[in-house]
Design a protein around this ligand. Structure first.
Ligand code: GUN
Length: 281
């Protein structure tokens, strides 16, 4: 039987601290902290994420500036908007919600976000700093996972950590953060052989592949820490994660639920990163 890692409660505690930092910033500098949120197109999941991000900003007193461009917006239109936001004194952080429509060159758009306004940690310089274990802004989801481990006294040092998924948004930065915390890290993906055995060797298993209940009890070592980044729908349309929660919780020492686990922490780390960028600027 495992301890449930309560991301919702941790997020609430952290957001209360962030709210105080935002108020202190305003009192000291006489101005707001501003976050620009850019959504291109009509992807329904992205619309929900963006709405939740804007709501979270309001709750802690961060001024959000929301931009919604149509799905057929041109590369130039998106880049011009990012350039404008890059130059704006009121904007401390720029978030371009991914994925972008296929005809937009994501790399070029991200390249235009100045490193000092890159609250997502997606820019090359921030990714490079993370890879070199230097001070950086780290991607929100994996950064939130590290905060969860820390809050529950789980030190990755010397542990075998397996990351399932190699996306730029979660898997790769997750692997680097765990490596920087002295774990021995393996990254698995769709071409990995003996996936079950590799997962079952993990002391810490982080799953971010977007497949409902993919990780079954036989893929988890007794006493492992299991972090579920998934946000999926099962065959009945119910929200679930990438991990078969009910079975795996009997075997894991710690486990994150879906919902109420990693999700609330991702947005919290966006708020945290926005305050960090504003305080530095
Ligand atoms: N799409 C999925 N997750 C994220 C995220 O953390 N930031 C942005 N910008 N887009 C995303």
């Amino acid at each position: 039987m495992s301890t449930v890692i309560d991301g919702k409660a941790l997020a609430a505690r952290m957001r209360a601290e962030i709210k105080e930092r935002v108020a202190a910033f305003k009192a000291e500098r006489g101005r707001e902290i501003g976050l620009a949120v850019v959504l291109v197109g009509e992807d329904s999941a992205s619309q929900v994420y963006v709405r939740n991000k804007i709501k979270a900003c309001e709750e802690v007193g961060i001024q959000s500036y929301s931009y919604h461009l149509p799905a057929d917006a041109t590369q130039n239109q998106v880049c011009e908007l990012v350039d404008e936001l890059a130059a704006s004194e009121n904007v401390h952080g720029i978030l371009v919600q991914l994925p972008l429509p296929r005809h937009i060159d994501e790399r070029e758009v991200l390249r235009r976000i100045p490193t000092k306004k890159d609250v997502d940690g997606f820019c090359a310089e921030n990714v490079g700093n993370l890879a070199m274990n230097r001070e950086t802004i780290a991607a929100c989801t994996p950064f939130g996972v590290m905060k969860m481990l820390e809050a529950y006294g789980i030190d990755p040092k010397g542990k075998s950590a397996v990351v399932l998924g190699r996306s730029n948004i979660v898997g790769k930065p997750m692997a680097m953060l765990l490596l920087n915390a002295d774990a021995t890290v393996t990254v698995c993906h769709s071409k990995t052989k003996n996936l079950k055995e590799v997962c079952a060797s993990a002391d810490i298993l982080v799953v971010a592949i977007g497949r409902a209940r993919f990780v079954t009890e036989d893929m988890v070592k007794e006493g492992a820490v299991v972090i579920d980044v998934g946000m999926d729908r099962d065959e009945n349309g119910r929200l679930c994660g990438d991990v078969d929660y009910d079975a795996v919780k009997e075997k894991a020492s710690y486990i994150t639920p879906v919902p109420g686990g990693v999700g609330p922490m991702t947005i919290t780390m966006l708020l945290y990163n926005t305050v960090q960028t504003a305080s530095r600027g």
